[in-house]
Design a protein around this ligand. Structure first.
Ligand code: NAP
Length: 289
C-alpha cells in the first residue's frame, strides 16, 4: 500500500515500549488515519526503562499529539505526567497520554476497551465478576466491571500472589464504594465454588498465549450459565475459550478490547471518532485471521 506523504503538517503519535517489535498498534492506527483521510502518523519507539524520563521530556519538546504506553512503562510513567485522569489513577496504570499545549495527561483506555467489548454480549449490571490474575489487565478490568454495575468481584490468584491480591482487594474496597471484593488462591478448597458462583469469568493472565500455553483454571470449574472473556488476543481462540464453549458458556477473546482501547486513544488525540470494527479488521488481517 502506498504510504501517504509526511509533511510539516503531519501530526505525530506513537507507542513507547520495550521491546516494541511485537506491537500491532502502528498498522491499526495508520490504516484508520488513511481510511479517514487524516494527515497523522503513528510510530513505534523502543524506550529502555532507564531512558523513560528523557524520552517523555523529548516527546513533550517535540510536540507530539500524544502516545501509547505499554510494558514495561505503564506504572513508571505516572509521576512523569502533569495530570492523571481519575480512572487511570484508580487503576494505577496509564496506557494513553495526550499532549496538549505541552501538558501531558494520562488515561487508561484498557478499561473502556474491555467494558465496550464485553457489553456487546452481556450487561454487567448486577452480575458477579471473577478475575483470574491480579496484574495490570486485571486492575483495569476490575475497575471497568465496577463502573459497569458489577456489585461483586472475586480475585483469583496464584498462592505466591496472595499479598498482591490482598493489596488490590483493599484498594478496590476503598475506591469502588459498595463493591463486595473477595480473593481466592487457586490452591484453596473454596476457589472452585467461588469461581462457579460468578456469572462472568475473565482471564487476565497470560496463560493461553503461545509463550505461556495451558489453561489458568480447570475446565470443569465452568458451567453453562457463565460467560467467559479472555483478554488474550493471540491466539484469537485460547484453550480456556474452547473449554468454556465445550462447557456450554458463551466466550469472547481480547481482540475487540485491543481495537476499542485503541479507538478511544485515537479519539482523544484527534478529536475524530474512528470505527473500532475497521480497526479490529486491520488487526485480524495482520494476525492472518
Ligand atoms: P501482568 O501485569 O504481568 O499480570 C499477569 C497476572 O497473571 C499476574 O498477576 C500473574 O501473576 C498472573 N499469572 C500468571 N500466570 C498465572 C497462572 N498460571 N495462574 C494465575 N495467575 C497467573 O500482565 P498484564 O499486563 O495484566 O497482561 C495479562 C494478559 O493480558 C497478557 O496476555 C496481555 O497480552 C493481555 N492484555 C490484553 C489486552 C487487550 O487489549 N486485549 C490489554 C492488556 C493486556 P505473577 O505476578 O505471579 O506472574
Amino acid at each position: 500500500m502506498t504510504q501517504p506523504e509526511i509533511t510539516g503538517h503531519t501530526r505525530v503519535v506513537g507507542v513507547i515500549a520495550h521491546p516494541v517489535e511485537h506491537t500491532l498498534s502502528p498498522p491499526m492506527h495508520n490504516a484508520e488515519f488513511r481510511r479517514l483521510g487524516l494527515d497523522w502518523v503513528y510510530v513505534p519507539w523502543d524506550v529502555l526503562p532507564e531512558n523513560l524520563p528523557a524520552a517523555v521530556n523529548g516527546l513533550r519538546a517535540l510536540g507530539v499529539a500524544g502516545f501509547n504506553v505499554t510494558i514495561p512503562h505503564k506504572q513508571a510513567i505516572m509521576p512523569l505526567l502533569d495530570r492523571i485522569e481519575y480512572e487511570a489513577e484508580v487503576i494505577g496504570a496509564v496506557n494513553t497520554v495526550t499532549c496538549t499545549g505541552g501538558v501531558l495527561t494520562g488515561f487508561n483506555t484498557d478499561l473502556f476497551g474491555w467494558q465496550e467489548d464485553i457489553q456487546q454480549d452481556i450487561s454487567l449490571e448486577g452480575r458477579a465478576v471473577c478475575l483470574i490474575g491480579v496484574g495490570g489487565a486485571a486492575r483495569a478490568v476490575t475497575v471497568g466491571a465496577y463502573r459497569a454495575g458489577a456489585p461483586r468481584l472475586v480475585l483469583v490468584h496464584r498462592p505466591a500472589d496472595a499479598d498482591q491480591a490482598q493489596a488490590l482487594a483493599a484498594h478496590l474496597r476503598e475506591k469502588c464504594r459498595g463493591a463486595e471484593v473477595e480473593t481466592a488462591s487457586l490452591d484453596s478448597s473454596a476457589c472452585r465454588d467461588l469461581v462457579r458462583s460468578c456469572e462472568v469469568v475473565v482471564n487476565a493472565t497470560p496463560v493461553g498465549m503461545a509463550s505461556s500455553p495451558g489453561i489458568p483454571i480447570p475446565a470443569d470449574w465452568l458451567h453453562p450459565d457463565q460467560y467467559l472473556y479472555d483478554v488474550i488476543y493471540t491466539p484469537a481462540e485460547t484453550e480456556l475459550m474452547r473449554a468454556a464453549r465445550a462447557a456450554g458458556c458463551r466466550a469472547r477473546g481480547g481482540l475487540g478490547m485491543l481495537a476499542r482501547q485503541g479507538a478511544m486513544a485515537f479519539k482523544l488525540w484527534t478529536g475524530t471518532a474512528p470505527d473500532p470494527l475497521a480497526m479490529e479488521a486491520t488487526l485480524r488481517q495482520r494476525l492472518g485471521l
